[in-house]
Design a protein around this ligand. Structure first.
Ligand SMILES: C=C1C[C@]23C[C@@]1(O)CC[C@H]2[C@@]12CC[C@H](O)[C@@](C)(C(=O)O1)[C@H]2[C@@H]3C(=O)O
Ligand code: AKG
Ligand code: FE2
Length: 330
């Protein structure tokens, strides 16, 4: 991390070395969801990187762009107007502060609760019916993709029934979250060789996260050797992250990917992320079919037994960059 005398606008925001053009993720796995080879390709990508780009996923570009433009409209309101949709916790509008434990990023966002298929009725934000309709249309479509992806994972892993993983996020009471992030351009750092941290490094606690962004890059993932690489943006694609819970359910075979966002000094980035989590009471432990076939061929789970509720509680007490699974290792 670069330490610079801060300009007032980026006070308290950690800075990162600006990405080099050569840092692009050359070997990024691209999976065509409509192809018969998708299950194998997904499993391979999740084992190597915990991350892949998904094309031919079936979410219409229209649906993604309608939501993006509603989000842009929301974020272009005055600060006072946006603050009326806050605070972010448990759900609502937030700016710069991420979580409750002191993490800061160069972004503003909406954190939203998702019911079985769409925005939770109990989540009053956003109030604008056109924005809500666009959110609901997108969420319904992206959830279907999440289900297909998790079924493909089960197929490739030889897990029966095929919905063993996807049922956790479609079950009544599943804990799904939706997030709309807006990273404004950070003009103050233009040409200084460093960039503002948009969203600091972390892993996602849930099973899977499906991300769509506008044409501004910024997302980076950490490879297994610790090197950070930039993910080129693609507004037609979805990017899939393995989360901590899926790492445990697969007995360490799929890797929860460390990722972060670097803010751009010229262009704003808008990202839409669906986080598929299970019901609070769901036990998170390696699926029986995968015991004995883990990364080290171990018969026993490497993790203590825990529920999603216990993991989530611990996660929300942690800092963004903490290794949250460490305290659940046996
Ligand atoms: C610092 C934090 C923000 C976060 C909750 C946490 O305490 C640790 C996990 C963070 C994360 C990362 C993925 C998602 O963006 C998120 C909504 C989640 O479920 O876990 C965020 C949390 C957040 O922003 O509240
Ligand atoms: O906004 C992005 O592109 C990624 C943000 C992220 O990783 C998150 O919200 O968990
Ligand atoms: Fe994330």
């Amino acid at each position: 991390m670069v330490v610079l005398a801060s300009t007032p606008a980026v006070d308290n925001i950690p800075l990162l070395r600006s990405p080099d053009p050569g840092d692009y993720f050359a070997g990024m796995p691209v999976v065509d969801l409509s192809s018969p080879g998708a299950p194998k390709a997904i499993a391979h990508a999740c084992e190597r990187f915990g991350f892949f780009k998904l094309v031919n996923h079936g979410v219409p570009l229209d649906t993604m762009e309608r939501l993006e433009s509603e989000a842009v409209r929301f974020f272009s309101q005055s600060q006072a107007e946006k603050d009326r949709s806050g605070p972010a916790y448990p759900f609502g509008y937030g700016s710069k502060r991420i979580g409750l434990n002191g993490d800061m990023g160069w972004l503003e966002y909406l954190l939203l609760a998702v019911d079985s298929a769409s925005l939770s009725g109990a989540c009053p934000v956003p109030t604008c019916p056109v924005f809500r309709a666009a959110l609901n249309e997108y969420i319904a479509a992206v959830r279907k993709v999440a289900v297909r992806v998790m079924e493909a994972m089960a197929e490739a892993l030889g897990i029966a029934p095929l919905d063993a993983l996807s049922a956790m996020v479609t079950a009544e009471g599943s804990d799904q979250v939706f997030r709309v992030n807006h990273y404004p351009p950070c003009h103050a750092l233009q040409g200084l060789g460093c960039s503002a941290t948009g969203f600091g490094e972390h892993t996602d606690p849930q099973l899977v996260s499906l991300l769509r962004s506008n044409g501004t890059s910024g997302l980076q993932i950490a490879l297994q050797d610790g090197r950070w690489v930039s993910v080129p943006s693609d507004r037609d694609a979805l990017f899939v992250n393995v989360g901590d819970s899926l790492q445990v359910l697969t007995n360490g075979r799929f890797k929860s990917v460390k990722h972060r966002v670097v803010a751009n000094s010229l262009k704003s980035r808008v990202s839409l992320i669906y986080f598929g989590g299970p019901p609070l009471a769901q036990r998170i432990a390696p699926l029986p079919q995968l015991l004995g076939r883990g990364e080290l061929g171990e018969q026993q789970s490497a993790y203590k037994d825990f529920t999603w509720s216990e993991y989530k509680k611990a996660a929300y007490k942690s800092r963004l960059g903490d290794n949250r699974l460490a305290q659940f290792l046996k």
